[in-house]
Each structure stands twice: as C-alpha cells, then as structure tokens.
Write a protein that binds this ligand. Structure first.
Ligand SMILES: [Zn+2]
Length: 449
C-alpha cells in the first residue's frame, strides 16, 4: 500500500508540471477504436482473394473474371465501392490509368490501371496523405505473365493493408483528406505510381505524405532472424528536387538527415512509440533497399514526402520466384510465408498514422531559424492554411547527432520562439501544429520545406 501511495504522489507531481498552454491530449481516446479495429482475419481473407487470381502480372489477362490483373483490379474497385456504400458515400472510387509501351518490361501498349479511393477531409480537403500497396505480382522471369504468381507478400499484403485501413478509417471524419491507393505496374517499372504522382501534381494536391507498404508479412528472414516486432521505415535524407539555393543553405547549416521524407518517417516512429507498444520502428536512412525500388519513389521523385514501410527481415526465397523446390528449398511467394498478426501490427500503424496526420492541422510553413553568434536561437514560422484547426504550436530541438526529436515544448499560439541558452550551432530545431484534441502535424524544420 505504501509503495502504491508513493507512485500516486509522483504521478500527481508530473501532472502538475505540464505546461499550462498544452492542448488537451485526447489522441489515445480518439485512436482507440482504430487501434483495436484492424483485423488479421480480414487481411488474410483479402490476401487469399488476391492470390486466388492466379497471377496479377502487369501483362496478364485483363478480360477473365477469375484470373489475371483485370479481375484483380475490378475486385479491388468493388471492395472500395462496398466500403463507400457502408459510409454513406464517403469514398470516391476511381481507376487511374495510363497506357505505357516501348519499355523493356512493357514492350506493347498496356493499360496500367491503379485503383484509388479518396476520403475528403472536412476542413482542409486540399491536403492529402496517401497510403499505397501494389496490385501486381511477378515470378523469376519478369516477362512471364502466364505462370502462377501468387505475390502473397509482394504485394498482396500491402494492398490488403490499404483495404483494411480504408475499412477502419472510413467511419471517421478527418480534417485532411486520405487517398487509399492500390497501385499497378510496380514490378514492370513503378508505372502506376508515376501516373498517380503526376496526377497529384497536375491537380495541385498538397500531398504531405505518401506511405507505401511493400512486403509487410514475412517474419523469417534470409539472415536467420525471426522478428515479429520490428518494421522498417525507409526514407531519404534530402529532397531530390531541392533548389540550388536550398542545397547551398543546407551545406552551410546542415540538414542532410532532415528532409521532409525523413520527418514523415520520424512521425511514424513517434506514433508507434506512443500508441503501438507491440511494434518498434527501425528508421532506415535510405530511399529504399540497396539497388531496389518501390512505389514511394515516384512520389519522392516529384518532391512529395514519401516513405516505404516493410518487414524487418526479408526472405529472398519467397520473392520474385517461380514456385518450385530446389536443393531442398521451397521457393515462391506463397500465403504460408505470411504472419498475419505481424501484418496486422503494421496495418494498425498505417491506420494510426493516417488518422493522426488527418486529424492534425497542416504543418507550420516558411520556418526560419536565426541566432548566429548569440546565446539563444529563434525559430519563426507561418501558420498552415487551416490555421483555425491549430490549438497551439509545439517546438522541438535535438542534438545534431540524434535521430529523433528528443526535446519539445508546447508554446501556445505564438508564431516564433526563442530558445534561451541554446547555441544555434549545436542543435536542430523544428515546429509542429497541434489540434485542439492533441494531434500533431509532422515537424517542419527551417530547411525541410
Ligand atoms: Zn517485388
């Protein structure tokens, strides 16, 4: 009893020490039904259906109702339609298609058809966050469009995560818009992502994050490690489209590990640390795996913040392989290679991140940092377009050699903050917007926008 009393006293002291201007934090309450709602059984059912189309190769049959890429994309479209019906039409479902030809992996004219569903935000509908997975599959020969190509993990697992996130999130109303995307033509050249990224640019979407799921179900690694608690988040450090002046400023003041994609990755890690005790995010400081691609890349290419979520330990005997037994080893991307409870954890993280970003206001803009040859640093910024949704700003600082935002303070509605006693040379600084219910935008730094 006595020890219990001590704990309570300590808790009361901590509670009293919270800053007076902190927005209320209802994030755990608002996210609870989302965190509890993702179903491993639903993920498994969707992967089974996708595997059941035999092959989803980009050059496979488009006419059959039971086999090939056409049947698969029509089934995905119908799934989004039924989710839309269940939420009173809250999803706009559309095919986004483009004919590609004359490529090494797409020689003849081929209609590459992605399927997307848009859930419009209530107060900031022009701000978007996108969740994606890939419809198509392949075996050993990339041009083999006939043989059985289950693509259970690569990447029916990712598409199933997108469908499940849409099912769990569509009953809720968010401030910003969400795009759920089943992208086509990944294996044959990241084609569907290129089409959609270009469309986002042409439509003027404020796309604040493209979160790609590519292989989220394998837990037995080729490296001999079995890991059901870690997810990798790949992000590049700087934007490939930064201007020469931005590059010169970055050279002078640092920030090569602080581009907008990296801030999105840190946001995902912070969300997992706060709300998913059974999943650890492993930040990988790379655009993608060594010499390999994924569908977040076309979005990053156009300057949108973009990351890839992926299992921590891959098994190459289960990727891009003809189904066979060779030297006693079973090859093939079959459903038996997926741990659906692990896929559920990563899908839960997807849903929690989408909800948090979309309930949050937009991030602060035009962030500036001053403080050379002074004993204090001063950060200033402009409010986001939906400033009416901002209940306060949260400033962050960390050592230049730290991977995460280790220190923060809620400072109320001011649009500048002086960090007394912090010499600007030794720290990185950033700021986020916080909603009345406590949802935070990603951190904007002085050099990441
Ligand atoms: Zn692949």
């Amino acid at each position: 009893m006595h020890r219990f009393g001590v704990v309570l006293t300590a808790f009361a002291l901590v509670a009293e020490a919270l800053p007076a201007q902190a927005p209320s934090d209802f994030t755990a309450i608002r996210l609870a039904p989302i965190l509890a709602g993702v179903s491993s059984a639903r993920l498994e059912a969707d992967v089974r259906t996708l595997v059941g189309f035999g092959t989803r190769h980009t050059l496979s049959d488009t006419v059959s109702e039971t086999r090939g890429i056409g049947a698969a994309r029509r089934w995905i479209h119908a799934r989004f339609d039924s989710l839309a019906a269940a939420c009173g039409g809250c999803l706009e479902v559309l095919d986004v298609s483009e004919v590609y030809e004359g490529l090494a992996r797409v020689p003849g004219p081929t209609n590459v058809v992605s399927v997307i569903a848009i859930q419009r935000g209530a107060t900031d509908p022009d701000r978007f966050v996108l969740l994606s997975g890939d419809i198509d599959s392949r075996v050993s020969d990339i041009m083999n469009a006939r043989d059985s190509s289950p693509g259970a993990n690569d990447n029916a697992s990712g598409v199933s995560a997108v469908l499940e996130a849409a099912r769990v999130l569509s009953p809720h109303r968010f401030r910003g818009s969400i795009v759920y995307a089943a992208l086509a033509g990944e294996e044959n050249g990241l084609l569907g992502g290129q089409t959609l990224a270009r469309m986002a640019t042409e439509l003027g979407w404020r796309l604040t994050g493209a979160i790609n799921n590519d292989m989220i179900g394998n837990v037995e690694g080729i490296d001999g490690v079995s890991d059901t608690v870690t997810v990798r988040v790949f992000s590049e450090g700087t934007s490939p489209v930064e201007s020469d002046s931005a590059r010169r400023a970055r050279r002078a003041t640092g920030g090569e590990v602080d581009g907008a994609s990296r801030q999105l990755a840190r946001y995902i890690k912070a969300t997992a640390d706060r709300h998913l005790p059974d999943l650890d995010v492993w930040l990988i400081y790379r655009l993608d795996r060594y010499g390999r691609g994924g569908h977040h890349r076309p979005f990053a290419d156009l300057g949108f913040p973009a990351v890839r979520l992926m299992e921590a330990h891959e098994n190459y005997t289960r990727q891009h392989q003809d189904i066979r037994v060779e030297g006693g080893v079973a090859y093939g991307d079959v459903i038996e290679g997926i741990d659906f409870n692990y896929a559920r954890k990563i899908t839960t993280l997807d849903a929690a991140v989408l909800a948090s970003l979309s309930w949050a206001p937009g991030a602060p803009q035009a962030v500036r940092l001053r403080g050379a040859v002074q004993p204090a640093a001063t950060l200033s910024w402009q409010p986001p377009p939906d400033s009416a949704s901002v209940a306060g700003y949260r400033v962050y600082w960390r050592r230049t050699d730290s991977a995460t935002w280790d220190h923060w303070e809620d400072i109320g509605m001011a649009t500048s903050h002086r960090f007394d006693g912090l010499v600007v040379d030794n720290w990185f600084f950033g700021v986020a917007s916080v909603s009345p219910d406590g949802f935070s935008s990603p951190v904007t730094t002085a050099w990441s926008n």
